[in-house]
Design a protein around this ligand. Structure first.
Ligand SMILES: NC(=O)c1ccc[n+]([C@@H]2O[C@H](COP(=O)([O-])OP(=O)(O)OC[C@H]3O[C@@H](n4cnc5c(N)ncnc54)[C@H](OP(=O)(O)O)[C@@H]3O)[C@@H](O)[C@H]2O)c1
Length: 312
């Protein structure tokens, strides 16, 4: 149970999910948010590959919980730098899991829908992992280590991460928004990959709810429903009233094979079976979450002319 005096150490808190975790946890406990890059005044430096620094921090702070968010999340970077990917995404959580287990500290780990190969339409919490990419394999090795080494583990499996806003969002939503900001009036978007978005602001609430219940285990933690990247882009355009100003061109993944060469599962749709069995009903429909996300920040959308008035 998280109380005012509970000490919670967070790694990788400067990223997309970290921003939501910071805001969800900062007023309910003693929060120690860390990252290797200090992009906020409230962050403290902690590199999770520096095992001596990790040990020092944990021994001196004696946290009640460790929330391990830090990871290399750029799939192409991981593909090109497998040693670094395995060090950050697998060896570091393994070290943390061992250390926290020795000290009796519960640990949360954020895994990914990318641990599955995507041949099925959707995945429940306890299905067999079979990752395709270096990122997926390294994250699964991390997940496995946490599950086997620290009995007091919470594994939250996220889907397509949505959150962080214009400065921290490194993923699909902001990639689309950057093209819109650049004035593009036609966007090529793939329609052969399916997924469930994970809304960081809801995911942080889910983490809090599960940790409060002290129910260790694996939790798929995604929005309700899911769709293709193309459907996500459609909602983005609708949210900004741009559907009659910007056209979407349906393409398949081969269109982007130079830039996005890491193998990706056909389906990354998850079902929140274990969350539901705990009675946790925080996840909302992904379209509602995306609309809320679009309204939450100033995305600096340019004034575009209606498509019907554009000269070919
Ligand atoms: N993004 C997704 O679509 C997605 C989907 C499923 C699961 N996840 C998982 O969710 C968790 C949170 O990721 P996110 O979406 O918030 O991505 P993110 O924005 O990339 O956040 C990860 C944070 O970890 C930091 N980090 C990387 N190496 C580190 C190190 N050696 N020591 C300390 N911090 C380090 C990153 O810094 P830099 O930015 O400088 O690298 C970044 O601030 C990760 O475990 C990720 O694998 C993400």
């Amino acid at each position: 149970m998280i109380k005012k005096e509970t000490k919670v150490l967070v790694t990788g808190c400067g990223g997309m999910l970290g921003e939501a975790v910071y805001h969800e946890f900062k007023s309910i406990c003693q929060l120690y948010p860390t990252d290797k890059d200090i992009n906020e005044p409230w962050l403290e430096h902690l590199d999770i590959t520096d095992f001596a620094a990790i040990k020092r921090k944990i021994i001196t702070l004696k946290p009640d919980y460790v929330l391990h968010l830090a990871a290399l999340t750029d799939m192409e970077y991981c593909e090109k730098n497998p040693e670094e990917a395995f060090l950050v995404n697998a060896k570091s959580p393994e070290y943390l899991a061992k250390l926290t287990a020795e000290l009796g500290i519960p640990m949360a780990y954020i895994s990914t829908a990318g641990v599955f190969n995507g041949e099925k339409e959707e995945y429940h919490d306890d299905e067999m992992a079979s990752p395709l990419s270096v990122y997926g394999k390294s994250k699964y090795q991390g997940e496995h280590a946490v599950k086997t080494l620290n009995p007091q583990h919470f594994v939250f499996r996220a889907g397509w991460m949505v959150g962080g806003g214009p400065t921290k969002d490194k993923k699909f939503i902001n990639k689309i928004m950057k093209q819109i900001q650049a004035g593009k009036t036609e966007l090529a978007v793939i329609d052969d990959k399916l997924g469930s978005p994970s809304y960081t602001y809801d995911l942080a609430k889910i983490m809090r709810a599960v940790i409060d219940r002290e129910k260790y285990g694996v939790y798929n933690s995604v929005c309700e429903g899911g769709g293709s990247r193309y459907e996500v882009a459609e909602i983005i355009l609708q949210a900004h009233n741009l559907h009659d100003k910007i056209s979407l061109k349906k393409v398949d993944s081969s269109y982007f094979k130079q830039d996005y060469f890491a193998p990706r599962p056909r389906s990354e749709k998850l079902v929140n079976t274990n969350l539901k069995s705990l009675g946790i009903t925080i996840p909302r429909d992904w379209k509602v979450c995306l609309q809320e996300y679009m309204e939450m920040y100033d995305w600096k959308v340019p004034n575009l002319i209606d498509k019907s008035f554009q000269v070919a």
